[in-house]
Design a protein around this ligand. Structure first.
Ligand code: FAD
Length: 357
């Protein structure tokens, strides 16, 4: 326990805010989490059946090693809460045969255990012609909404944590970290973290680009249920080579999407069923699974995320002496959330400015 207990204010109770709250609470600090909706919020980006954790980035081995640490942190959170929400089924990426040697070398250099997967061994998944799967054995699927519920339950039990749902933050003063609520209420803290996901443009003035994506949830045929339960997540598939799937299991549906259904947007909106159906058709035309006619479309959902306008990546930015913003959390916000939480805790004692996490 630190000798000095600090007050931490977290705006936004998605995965970023909740994990940061857990980390700071474990260190003995006083944490207040504000969300304008329920906590957890079913309308947050984080509240979905599943999110993938994979580490290998062949262009950035340092990032690969960092994410491998985050993978272990998620296991630590399971141990802390005594709950299971991380299906360590592995993650496959389909690579052109000519690239496989280089990918295997990169994995070895990053100390990531991988192995080759012949497409024939996963016949219910359609690999692009001429590709081979590389399985990251330590990757897997987080049962995201379940994880959020478990983390909220744990936080509720901590005497040094206050969860305040239905509190819409109207403004944050970066200079002081002061947070303004309706009815002239304001809150002060030793450190303020703005983690309001794709709605961050309302509170933080940093150039960011909003992305919108359509997700399709499928029910596989009964005969394939057992095979799917054992199937890893798979990326870089489909006719474009930019599609991916997260397998069903533990009560979840099969989820598919593709970068072809990712587009820039001006604001977070619900969209019309017709509009989403068209995007869903585009995703399904990617031929991600074999025998697609045997699958039933159960739901279509849109989802948003922000990226840094200059780099296209995510970031954790210090926007004032003691005010931080995880505004651009990109398409990696779940796997990187444990790293953000660690940096926020370190920020209480260390002087640094900006992190690409
Ligand atoms: C289609 C898609 C697929 C993805 N797949 C993956 C994946 O496989 N792996 C992975 O690691 N990541 C993935 N991501 C990214 C990841 O889901 C997000 O980065 C992450 O969930 C963002 O979490 P967050 O806590 O930052 O924001 P959110 O979960 O959006 O939470 C923000 C919270 O802030 C609250 N809020 C907003 N404004 C205010 C305000 N003014 N006052 C108070 N509260 C406010 C909201 O109510 C909300 O609860 C994906 C994202 C998308 C869109």
């Amino acid at each position: 326990m630190p000798t000095e207990k600090r007050r931490i204010l977290v705006v936004g109770a998605g995965v970023t805010g909740l994990l940061s709250a857990v980390r700071c609470a474990l260190a003995g600090h006083h944490v207040t989490v504000l969300d304008r909706d329920a906590i957890p919020n079913p309308g947050s980006t984080s509240f979905d059946q599943h999110r993938a954790v994979r580490a290998l980035d062949t262009h950035d081995l340092a990032a690969s090693r960092r994410i491998a640490v985050a993978h272990r942190r998620w296991m630590g959170l399971e141990a802390l809460t005594g709950s299971k929400f991380y299906r360590r089924v592995g993650m496959i990426t389909a690579w052109p045969e000519d690239d496989v040697d280089a990918v295997m070398s990169a994995a070895a250099a990053a100390d990531l255990p991988v192995r080759l997967i012949e497409p024939d061994s996963v016949p219910h998944v359609r690999f692009p012609d001429g590709t081979v799967g590389v399985l990251e054995r330590h990757g897997g699927i987080l049962l995201a909404d379940h994880a959020l519920q478990v983390l909220v339950r744990w936080l509720t039990e901590q005497p040094n944590v206050a969860l305040r749902p239905w509190q819409e933050v109207k403004a944050v003063d970066p200079g002081t970290g002061r947070v303004y609520l309706p009815d002239a209420e304001s809150l002060d803290a030793d450190l303020t973290l703005v983690a309001t996901g794709p709605w961050s443009k309302d509170l933080v003035d940093i150039p960011m680009v909003l992305h919108r994506q359509t997700l399709v949830y499928l029910k596989p045929p009964e005969q394939l249920a057992t095979a799917w339960e054992r199937t890893p997540g798979v990326g870089r598939i489909g006719t474009s080579g930019q599609a991916w799937l997260l397998p069903p299991g533990d009560g979840t549906l099969l989820k598919v999407s593709s970068a072809v259904a990712c587009r820039e947007a001006h604001m977070v909106t619900a969209g019309t069923p017709d509009e989403e159906r068209q995007w869903a058709e585009q995703v399904l035309s990617e031929q991600i699974v074999s025998e697609p006619h045997r699958y039933t479309v159960m739901a279509v959902k849109r989802c948003h995320y922000l990226v840094d306008a200059q780099t296209g990546n995510s970031h954790l930015v210090r926007i004032g002496p003691s005010t931080w913003a995880r505004t651009a959390s990109g398409g990696d916000g779940f796997r990187t959330a444990p790293l953000v939480a660690e940096r926020i805790l370190e920020a209480l004692t260390t002087d640094f400015r900006e992190e690409s996490i």
